[in-house]
Write a protein that binds this ligand. Sequence first.
Ligand code: AMP
Length: 218
Amino acid sequence: MTLRLVLFGAPGSGKGTQGPFLAEKYAIPQVSTGEILRENVRNGTDLGVVAEGYMSVGDLVPDDVIVNMVRQRISEPDAANGFLLDGFPRTVPQAEALDDMLKKLDSPLHSVVYLKVSHEVLERRLGGRWTCPKDGRVYNEAELGDRRTCEDDDEPLVQRDDDQPEAVSRRIEVYTEQTAPVLDYYRPQGRVLQFDGERSVEEVREEIVSQLDEVSKK
Ligand code: AMP
């Protein structure tokens, strides 16, 4: 079974929570452009140095940098049977570049999984977000109680620079202006599956799986 998916939604819509589950369930790699960039920042690579300035204030890294990064990643052997793109495409030119790439490989996208969440809920979620610097797992303050370590590896959790209030507002603004139009790009292709991302993690998960099971049967 092959499944090429885009996981789409604003920052804080639940992509980081649903992504690992879906990737495991359908045995496809999760390609998170934010994660790849953060790893490059941590390792001080040339790419990381370029990206950090944009990321820390909540702006987008230039399209050509991101498109090259994704092109390389999806040509790796583990992506031969599909992939889950998380955080990409984030602009219409990125979506067009992805379509071009996939057309050349004669392997179009199956679906765009869209998690819809209101701006109020996004701001609340991002403000209280804690992340494991080691495995990238995301926690919400409400679920953590007093705990500030990762359940997987006991690593102390951190708040990302771009989860600080000013960067959060900027990221939501960038989403509205530059990323939301990507949905209008995909809608006429009939590939968008929309979900209410304000429901519980389990409810959203079950809905996505029931729809993707249908898609993968076709
Ligand atoms: P994320 O973890 O997806 O919220 O991404 C964190 C940051 O990485 C974003 O705020 C951007 O600065 C950068 N980034 C991630 N993916 C992209 C992308 N597809 N295009 C441009 N910038 C990106």
